[in-house]
Design a protein around this ligand. Structure first.
Ligand SMILES: Cc1cc2nc3c(=O)[nH]c(=O)nc-3n(C[C@H](O)[C@H](O)[C@H](O)COP(=O)(O)OP(=O)(O)OC[C@H]3O[C@@H](n4cnc5c(N)ncnc54)[C@H](O)[C@@H]3O)c2cc1C
Length: 584
C-alpha cells in the first residue's frame, strides 16, 4: 500500500516562484495575513493532516463504503471519517477563505488550491464531504439574503453543517432544462419542495448535525426550459429565520448508489415530499445562481484530477524504484542486484515522465486559475476584476476537462507500471483508477465542458478570454525572445499560440478543440515553469528536473495537439454523415 507525501517543494515553487503570490496577496483584502511564514505554516499543517489522518483512511473507506439504514434513512460513513471531519473543523480548514462576518478567516481563495489538492490526493472520497459545502457557501455568499447567510452560511463555514447541490433527476442530467422538481409558495413566504433528485453527493451522512440542500426546482408559473428554474434552500432539519432548529424536514435519503469508485463518498437518491424551503436569489434565475458557483466547483473537480495524478505518480515512482525486473538495455545498472529496478526501462520512464509532466504542469495551471479567483473576488480595481473573470471563465472548462482526463491517463499508467500487482487490490493503485473515473463525468462531463468552451466561452463572448490568454502568452514569449536557454520552449509555445488563434476561427469539432487548447495551455505553463525555475533560488537539481520534464512534455505530449488540430480540420462530416440506423 502506497503512502502519501504532500509535494510541498513543488507547491511552494508554483505559488512563490512561478505565480509570485506574495506580491498579489499583499495588495488584496484579506491577503495581508497571508505572509510567506503563514502560508508555509498552513501548507505544513495541511500536509500533516492529509498524510497522517486522511491518507490512512483511503483504502479502508473504499473497502467499507457507506451504509444506509433504510428504517431511519440514516447513513453511516466508514470508520474514522467522523473523527477526521472533527479534526478538520478543529484545524479551522472549513473556514479558511470565507468572509470574517460569517465566521471565516478570509485568507486568499487560492490558498484553498494546495489544501484541496492534498485532501484529494490523500482521500478523494472524504474530500467530497467538504467539497459540496464549498459550492453551497458560494451560492449563499453571492445570492443569499443576509438572514440566509447568517442562518445557513455561518454553520457551514464553521463546519457544523454541510451543504449539497441537488440538480440531477432520473431523466435530467446534462440537460437541466428538463427538470421537474416543483416548489409551491406558502402564505408565510416559505415553499413546499417536491420531487426526486438522484446522485446527490453527501445527501445524507453522520458527520454533522444538519445538512443544507440547495435544490433546483420549478415554481408553479415558471416558463419551460432553463429559464424557469429557481434555487431553494431545503435544510434536513427545519430551520427558522432566527436559526432555531426544529423538527425533521420531509426530505429523506431513499437509497444509496453502489459505485465503481469513490465508494466512501455517499451518493444518494433524495426524496423531497413537500419539504419546507426558502427561495434563494430571484425566481426563475436559479441557473444563473448555479453558474456563479460553477467556476469554483469545476475548478475544484479539476483539482481532484490533479490530486489523483500526483498520488498515482508517487505510487508509481516508489514502485519503479523498488521493483527489480530485467536489465537496462545499455547493460546492468545495479550489477550487485539480481536485476535492475523498473525505473531503468524506457517504457516505464515514458509513463513516469508523463505523470510528472501532468502533475507539475497541471499544478501550475490549476493554481494559476485559483489566483484568478482571488482577483475576481477581491481586487479593488473593476477592470482587473473583469479581465480576471473573463480569463477564469475561459480557462475553467480546460482545467476541469483536461486535468480529469489526464487523471484517468495517469492512474491507468500507475496500474500498468505495477503490472499484475497493480491490477490486484492490495497495492491500492487500482482504487486510484476507479476513483478517477467519475471526475470526467460529474460537475459537467468532458463533452459538456467542450460545448461550454466553444459555445459559451468563445462564441458568446467573441473569444474575449482566449484573447486575454493569448496576449499573456504573447507577452511571455516576447519577454523571453532573446533568452537562448529558453528558446527550445518559447519558440514552440509562440507557434502553437498563433495556430490556436487561427484554429479558433474555423472549428468543426468541439472535443478536439478542448484537448488542443489544453495541451497548448500546459505547454505554456511548462515554458513558464522552466523560466521561473531558472530565475529562482531553487537548487540546480530542481531546475534541471524542470527542464528535463519540460523537454519530455514538448517532445512527447505537445505533439498530441497537432493530432487534435488535424482532427478539427477534418470537419464534422465524418462524425455526422453516417445515418443513425447504420450503427447496426
Ligand atoms: C458519483 C456521482 C456523484 C454525483 N454528484 C452529484 C451531485 O452532488 N449533485 C447533482 O446534482 N448531480 C450529481 N451527479 C450527477 C452528475 O453531475 C451527472 O451524472 C452528469 O452531469 C451527467 O449527467 P447524466 O449522468 O444524466 O448523463 P447524460 O446527460 O445523459 O449524458 C450522457 C452522455 O451524453 C453526453 N451528452 C449529453 N448531452 C450532450 C450534448 N448536448 N452534446 C454532446 N454530448 C452530450 C454526455 O457528455 C455523456 O457522455 C453525480 C453523479 C455521480 C455518478
Amino acid at each position: 500500500m502506497s503512502t502519501y507525501r504532500a509535494p510541498l517543494a513543488d507547491m511552494r515553487f508554483v505559488l512563490f516562484d512561478l505565480l509570485k503570490v506574495e506580491a498579489q496577496y499583499a495588495r488584496l483584502p484579506g491577503g495581508e495575513n497571508a505572509t510567506r511564514d503563514t502560508v508555509d505554516a498552513i501548507l505544513d499543517e495541511a500536509a500533516k493532516f492529509c498524510e497522517q489522518v486522511l491518507a490512512p483512511l483511503n483504502a479502508s473507506g473504499d473497502e467499507q463504503g457507506c451504509t444506509l439504514d433504510k428504517a431511519t434513512a440514516t447513513v453511516t460513513t466508514p470508520k474514522g471519517f467522523k473523527e477526521a471531519y472533527a479534526q478538520y473543523i478543529e484545524g479551522g480548514w472549513s473556514s479558511l477563505n470565507a468572509p470574517e462576518q460569517y465566521g471565516g478567516q478570509y485568507l486568499p481563495d487560492s490558498l484553498g488550491a494546495p489544501l484541496k489538492e492534498m485532501l484529494d490526493s490523500a482521500n478523494l472520497s472524504w474530500g467530497n464531504f467538504p467539497l459540496l459545502s464549498h459550492g453551497a457557501s458560494e451560492s449563499l455568499k453571492h445570492h443569499g439574503e443576509e438572514w440566509q447567510r447568517q442562518v445557513f452560511l455561518k454553520p457551514i463555514v464553521e463546519g457544523r453543517w454541510t451543504g449539497t447541490m441537488c440538480l440531477t433527476e432520473p431523466h435530467c442530467g446534462s440537460d437541466l432544462g428538463l427538470l421537474r422538481t416543483r416548489a409551491e409558495p406558502n402564505p408565510d413566504g416559505t415553499y413546499r419542495v417536491s420531487g426526486t433528485k438522484i446522485f446527490i453527493t453527501a445527501g445524507e451522512h453522520d458527520l454533522t448535525e444538519n445538512i443544507v440542500h440547495l435544490v433546483l426546482a420549478r415554481l408553479p408559473d415558471a416558463p419551460a426550459g432553463v429559464k424557469g428554474i429557481s434555487l431553494f434552500i431545503v435544510p434536513k432539519y427545519k430551520t427558522d429565520k432566527s436559526g432555531k432548529i426544529g423538527e425533521r424536514n420531509t426530505v429523506a435519503c431513499a437509497s444509496i448508489e453502489h459505485k465503481m469508485g469513490i465508494k466512501a463518498s455517499v451518493t444518494c437518491v433524495m426524496n423531497f415530499d413537500n419539504a419546507e424551503g426558502y427561495l434563494i436569489g430571484q425566481p426563475n434565475r436559479g441557473l444563473m445562481a448555479m453558474f456563479t458557483m460553477m467556476n469554483t466547483a469545476r475548478l475544484a473537480v479539476g483539482i481532484q484530477g490533479l490530486g489523483l495524478i500526483e498520488r498515482a505518480y508517487q505510487a508509481s515512482l516508489a514502485y519503479a524504484r523498488e521493483r527489480l525486473q530485467g536489465r537496462a538495455l545499455t547493460g546492468p545498472k545495479f550489477a550487485d542486484k539480481p536485476a535492475d529496478p523498473l525505473i531503468v526501462h524506457p517504457d516505464i520512464r515514458r509513463m513516469l515522465l508523463t505523470q510528472k509532466a501532468f502533475a507539475e504542469g497541471g499544478r501550475a495551471l490549476a493554481y494559476y486559475a485559483a489566483t484568478l479567483v482571488d482577483l475576481v473576488e477581491r481586487s479593488p480595481d473593476a477592470d482587473e476584476r473583469k479581465r480576471a473573470d473573463e480569463l477564469l471563465s475561459f480557462l475553467i472548462p480546460i482545467v476541469k476537462a483536461l486535468l480529469t482526463e489526464l487523471a484517468n491517463e495517469s492512474t491507468y499508467h500507475a496500474v500498468q507500471i505495477h503490472g499484475g500487482h497493480g491490477y490486484i487490490h492490495e497495492t491500492g493503485v487500482e482504487q486510484f483508477e476507479r476513483d478517477a473515473r467519475i471526475t470526467t463525468i460529474y460537475e459537467g462531463t468532458t463533452g459538456i465542458q467542450a460545448l461550454d468552451l466553444l459555445g459559451r466561452k468563445i462564441m458568446q463572448t467573441q473569444g474575449v478570454g482566449l484573447t486575454h490568454f493569448l496576449n499573456e502568452i504573447g507577452a511571455f514569449c516576447k519577454a523571453h525572445a532573446g533568452d537562448a536557454a529558453l528558446g527550445e520552449f518559447v519558440g514552440p509555445v509562440a507557434t502553437a499560440a498563433k495556430e490556436w488563434g487561427e484554429l479558433t476561427q474555423a472549428v468543426g469539432q468541439r472535443a478536439a478543440y478542448l484537448f488542443y487548447s489544453g495541451y497548448v495551455t500546459l505547454a505554456y505553463f511548462w515554458a513558464r515553469s522552466v523560466a521561473a525555475a531558472d530565475a529562482s533560488t531553487q537548487s540546480d537539481a530542481f531546475k534541471q528536473a524542470k527542464r528535463h520534464t519540460a523537454r519530455f512534455y514538448f517532445a512527447r505530449i505537445l505533439p498530441r495537439a497537432a493530432a487534435h488540430a488535424v482532427t478539427m480540420r477534418s470537419g464534422a462530416d465524418n462524425l455526422l454523415a453516417m445515418p443513425d440506423a447504420m450503427f447496426g
